[in-house]
Write a protein that binds this ligand. Structure first.
Ligand code: ADP
Ligand code: MG
Length: 582
């Protein structure tokens, strides 16, 4: 065994640096945070070689006082807090006072800074933390920091860096995230001399449009909600716009980008029964909260925070988002139009629009997956009159495939509807409305049916007896374990001598069932099945009713109700180009 010895400052500095700086991304993040803390209105980020060769950040913020400059790069030196109590008051992004020291330990760094009140600033240059140059410097107020040859003295770490392109990509996303959090600050990013991002200062809405793309904005709904102390605001996507991963979910707590499971879960919950479990809405969410209600000091890269009152926040986020997508202020007509807009997009959609660049791996799924169903239609509504749109589906153009799918010719292609899933959505929506007090239509049985239930079934029946009338069942106890059913929901044809009701009962677990699970089970068992032939009128009415629901694209379990196949897709598969002979 070796004897214990104290590490040299140089070695311990490198080890400490490793916690803060893992790759160029961390350097950029820390430096941009510093610029934002210095109230910069404009921040320029320049990279060479993915940030491995050099990173330059220039801001027009408050600057560093000339005689503070050497202290700025000392470890645990900060102007932002003075004692531990301050941690619970901090509004700044930084507070640990170790970023500049860490970066300095593993690179060649230059800082040039000037404050507004003085004419001349100061410039210092270090190599692995050792001062090599120090003198006056003339510039406009603000700070420029150049970090060259990151990890030149830490080859082991340098080895683990990715390609230039991939390091650049990480940094680009980080800047986009900062840009969403700080709309009033202008951001410019250049990579190897080429400008790759440019966001002038603007409103939050303008910034969302700039970062996420003009085609995304029309599919986003704003929300804002507060309980007096906590305020939640932002944009969230309509169910027609979802992504294959979380890359388009931005969560900010007091201007700090965080990865927060709890908030993510609350958003997820708002979309429950609306989008499939493997799809993710686009969300930009700002949470503004008194600093004493959070702990920001729980993650080395400050990527997480801890909340004092998680439940309140969860509830607030979930309801804010849900209300936004259920927006009752949209008229029925607008809703129908927006549904048609998604299903019948303009034919001349020019591909490769802006948001493709940002969407990353989302289209990586297998071809032929239902992804194209959820493609957002970037174009504005092509026809204002929904009757005219409706006219695109003419009666002659419905077919039933294998007694299971309804195929409809539409302009530019076809829609395939899963008759069971579609009917489930219709019944679920209807039942949900009824649960809210509306009386459902009931069809009376010609001969009331008596059903003898098992003890278990009877228990469950009693538990949901009060909910059944809302679904359209007229049933009551009739002896010890027997019930009598006089009416069933109108339009339901799988009564099958009571099997329907038994199936619903058997779905319910022990304990008081949640209303939602009763509704889902009802919808599932009552809906027309695959394999049942439908008449033309039935197909038409099912389609109409589906489009009149709030969320026509998915069944209550989140599976798709319809697929869109475009002519373009067929042409591609048949290797027909537009030029080839007809
Ligand atoms: P922290 O941000 O946690 O305070 P840093 O090591 O990142 O620690 O920075 C140390 C100090 O240097 C900051 O507290 C701040 O006073 C000063 N500083 C760093 N960057 C800038 C900048 N761009 N503009 C003005 N001051 C800066
Ligand atoms: Mg900092």
């Amino acid at each position: 065994m070796h004897r214990i010895r104290k590490l040299t400052p140089e070695t311990s500095g490198k080890i400490a640096a490793g916690e803060v700086v893992e790759r160029p991304l961390n350097v950029v993040k820390e430096l941009v945070e510093n610029s934002l803390d210095a109230a910069a209105r404009r921040i320029v980020i320049e990279l060479e070689g993915g940030g491995k060769r050099s990173i330059r950040i220039d801001d027009d913020g408050t600057g560093i006082a000339a005689d503070d400059l050497e202290r700025a790069v000392e470890n645990y030196s900060t102007s932002k807090i003075t004692d531990i109590e301050d941690l619970y008051k901090v509004r700044s992004l930084g507070f640990r006072g170790e970023a500049l020291a860490s970066i300095n330990a593993v690179s060649r760094m230059t800082i040039r800074s000037k404050q507004e009140e003085v004419d001349v600033g100061r410039e210092m240059h270090w190599v692995a933390g050792e001062v090599r140059k120090d003198g006056p410097f003339v510039r406009t107020s603000g700070t420029e920091i150049v970090v060259e040859d990151l990890f030149f003295n830490l080859p082991a770490r340098k080895k683990f860096l990715s390609s230039d392109a991939s390091e650049t990509r990480r940094i680009t996303s980080a800047i986009q995230s900062f840009a969403l959090a700080w709309p009033q600050t202008a951001f410019v990013m250049r990579s190897n001399g080429r400008e790759t991002l440019s966001y002038p200062a603007g409103t939050f809405e303008e910034r969302v449009e700039m970062v996420l793309g003009a085609s995304v904005l029309p599919n986003l709904k704003p929300f804002r909600k507060t309980d007096g102390r906590i305020e939640i605001s932002g944009y969230t996507s309509m169910p027609s716009l979802t992504k294959g991963n979380r890359a388009s979910q931005f969560i900010f707590v007091n201007g700090r980008s965080v990865k927060d499971r709890m908030v993510g879960h609350a958003v997820r919950q708002a979309y429950q029964s609306i989008i499939p479990g493997d799809r993710f809405p686009v969300v930009v969410l700002h949470l503004s909260i008194p600093p004493e209600m959070i702990d920001v000091n729980v993650h080395p890269a400050k990527a997480e925070v801890r909340f004092e009152n998680e439940r309140d926040i969860h509830r607030l986020v979930s309801t804010a988002v849900r209300e936004a997508i259920e927006d009752r202020t949209i008229s029925f007509r607008e809703k129908v139009e927006s549904v048609y807009k998604t299903i019948f997009p303009r034919e001349d959609s020019q591909g490769g629009d802006a948001e493709d660049r940002h969407s990353g791996a989302e289209n990586a799924g297998e071809p032929g997956r239902s992804d194209w169903l959820f493609q957002e239609s970037p174009q504005p509504l092509f026809e204002r009159d929904s009757n005219e749109v409706r006219g695109q589906v003419s009666t002659g153009l419905y077919w039933q495939l294998h007694d299971s799918y309804i195929m409809i010719q539409i302009r530019g292609g076809m829609v395939i509807i899963d008759q069971h899933a579609a009917h489930e959505r219709i019944l679920y929506d209807m039942a949900r409305k009824n649960a809210g007090g509306e009386k459902p239509a009931v069809q009376s049985l010609l001969f009331p049916a008596t059903l003898e239930l098992s003890p278990d079934e009877f228990d469950k029946f009693e538990m949901i007896a009060t909910a059944l009338p809302n679904l359209g069942f007229e049933a009551e106890p009739f002896g010890a374990r027997t019930i009598i059913v006089r009416g069933i929901p109108a339009g339901v044809r799988n009564w099958e001598d009571g099997i329907l009701l038994r199936s619903i009962l058997s779905d319910l677990g022990a304990g008081l069932p949640a209303t939602d699970s009763i509704l889902k089970s009802f919808a599932c068992h009552s809906a027309v099945r695959a394999g049942e032939p439908l008449t033309l009128e039935e197909m038409e009415s099912l389609t109409d009713q589906l489009f009149a629901t709030e969320f026509p694209f998915t069944c209550p379990h989140g599976r798709p109700t319809m697929l869109r196949v475009e002519m373009r897709e067929l042409e591609k598969r048949f290797q027909r180009s537009s030029k080839s002979e007809r």
